[in-house]
Design a protein around this ligand. Structure first.
Ligand code: KIV
Ligand code: ZN
Length: 515
């Protein structure tokens, strides 16, 4: 019989710790709703004590999610637990995820505690959390480099104190699959009261082995896998949800496991997370990369045309990859657009639909045939949850190999004022960004700029993704347009509005609490 594996998604917590991936409350709620459609068992919605923004996000996710367990992270600190419990109050199924380091490295350098002190602290945090909720997960940070004897002792004691899930993270992504599998087997076989808890795997990808390590954990008795959409997360990221789930599904003969994941929702979730975080998916990424189902060699193409399974082990439809179709034109009405959008899983309110339709007509005028990918880009642009402090009204550039690139922009400011300014730069985009800077006055560095075509063809929409840095904070911006200069200007405004959203309301400031 297949063993049930619980999928714990931490895109909104560990994933959001990726540089520049920060999401606002509305974006987190949108992702949480999609994660629920995807069928994850647990949504880790944030680290409530880390900032008022995280606290509010956890509260709002609790209101939006009915089916999945909603989890909040804490350090093994009484105040953290109190704050998490408060944030989780509205959840149908709340879970507090608390814990502390177990490796001598973390105890000595980070926590400056003895093993005994850390053990006491962990037990006290679990007991305290159990006063609020029945479901308490305990993480043993840096398990991968810990002494297994001490680790097993901590596991036994926190279970006695009431922990219901035991998380064994390979925090630094140091382990090999064989070692990690052995560590999970040690916990499962050696801890006398382990039958009272679920063992969970949480792997980082520093050596590219997070998915393999998680699967090795499953093979050795773990029943919960912690992962993120597109594998985003600290440094090289976390275990990728889509890879671990599809590995278990495609190789069910080997793993003999089952999850509740609706795999047809995978692609859409991947696109949503990529759009909202601005973290692009590498083209050769397993399962959701643009090339995952592309066959370029003649021999392979020939094989796939004769029989798909010659070179494809996953049917793209199984992960919800839509067949790209020419579907709408300028003559398609609002109803046809709404119908196709809902087939693609976008359920817009009237106001959003108005904006999307207006933009659709402009795009359809320019490129005649509008593909699903175009619709997806238009929806991402027009339904962005970022508060608009400055709105781009006009952009005009002059450039060429014998002229000085010059740009003029017109923006609507916070009080409704219309401001126009110009500047020159090393190229058209530089000139646009300088002209915008003259108005918005928020010094920052552009640290990443990428541009890609949404579909094939010379008339394709260009999608620009950028990252800007101000101090230690990174903000992403994303936008599409048939003109690459306009797309670049819009992406910059998107990032700047995020920045302004963060720097203006004091309630959104991170208070710099770290795990
Ligand atoms: O990687 C890790 O150890 C973590 C814990 C906070 C669960 O993310
Ligand atoms: Zn982690």
């Amino acid at each position: 019989m297949a063993t049930r594996i619980y999928i714990f998604d931490t895109t909104l917590r560990d994933g959001e710790q990726s540089p520049g991936a920060s999401l606002n409350v509305l974006e987190k709620v949108e992702i949480a709703r999609q994660l629920e459609r995807l069928g994850v068992d647990v949504i880790e919605a944030g680290f409530p004590i880390s900032s008022p923004g995280d606290f509010q996000a956890v509260q709002e996710v609790c209101k939006a999610v009915r089916d999945a367990t909603v989890c909040g992270l804490t350090r093994a600190v009484i105040k953290d637990v109190d704050v998490a419990a408060e944030a989780l109050k509205g959840a149908v199924r709340p879970r507090i995820h608390t814990g502390l380091g177990v490796s001598d490295n973390h105890l000595q350098y980070k926590l400056k505690m003895t093993r005994e002190q850390a053990l006491e602290r962990g037990v006290a945090a679990v007991r305290h959390a159990r006063r609020y909720v029945e479901d308490v997960e305990y993480f043993l940070e840096d398990s991968g480099r810990a002494d297994p004897d001490y680790l097993c002792r901590v596991v036994e004691e926190v279970i006695k104190a009431g922990a219901t899930v035991i998380n064994i993270p390979d925090t630094t992504g140091f382990m090999t699959p064989e070692e990690y599998g052995r560590l999970i087997a040690t916990v499962v076989n050696r801890v006398p009261n382990i039958d009272r808890a679920i063992v969970s795997v949480h792997c980082h990808n520093d050596l590219g082995m997070a998915v393999a390590n998680s699967l090795a954990g499953v093979m050795n008795g773990a029943r919960q896998v912690e992962c993120t959409i597109n594998g985003i997360g600290e440094r090289a990221g976390n275990t990728s949800l889509e890879e671990v789930v599809m590995a278990m599904k495609v190789r069910n003969d080997f793993f003999q496991t089952e999850t509740r994941i609706v795999t047809q929702e995978i692609y859409k979730t991947s696109r949503l997370v990529s759009n909202l975080t601005g973290i692009l998916v590498q083209p050769n990424k397993a399962v959701v990369g643009a090339n995952a189902f592309a066959h370029s060699s003649g021999i392979h193409q020939d094989g796939v045309l004769k029989e798909r399974t010659t070179y494809e082990i996953i049917d793209p439809r199984e992960v919800g990859i839509p067949e790209s179709k020419i579907l709408l034109t300028a003559r398609s009405g609002r109803h046809a657009l709404q119908h196709r959008l809902s087939e693609l899983g976008f359920h817009l309110n009237e106001n959003q639909l108005d904006k999307v339709y207006e933009r659709f007509l402009k795009v359809a005028d320019q490129k005649k045939m509008v593909y699903d990918e175009d619709l997806e880009a238009i929806v991402a642009d027009e339904t962005s949850a970022v508060h608009i402090t400055y709105e781009l009204l006009q952009v005009q550039v002059s450039c060429g190999d014998h002229s000085i690139p010059t740009a003029t922009v017109q923006l609507r400011g916070p009080a409704g004022e219309i401001v126009t300014d110009s500047d020159h730069g090393t190229g058209p985009v530089d000139a646009i960004y300088r002209a915008i800077n003259r108005i918005v006055q928020q010094p920052n560095d552009l640290i990443e700029f990428s541009i890609q075509a949404v579909t094939e063809g010379i008339d394709a929409l260009a999608e620009v993704t950028i990252r800007i840095r101000q101090g230690n904070d990174i903000y992403t911006g994303r936008a599409s347009h048939s003109d690459i200069c306009v797309a670049s200007a819009k992406a910059y405004m998107h990032a700047l509005n995020r920045l302004l959203d963060r720097v203006t309301p004091a309630s959104q400031q991170k208070t710099l609490e770290h795990v």
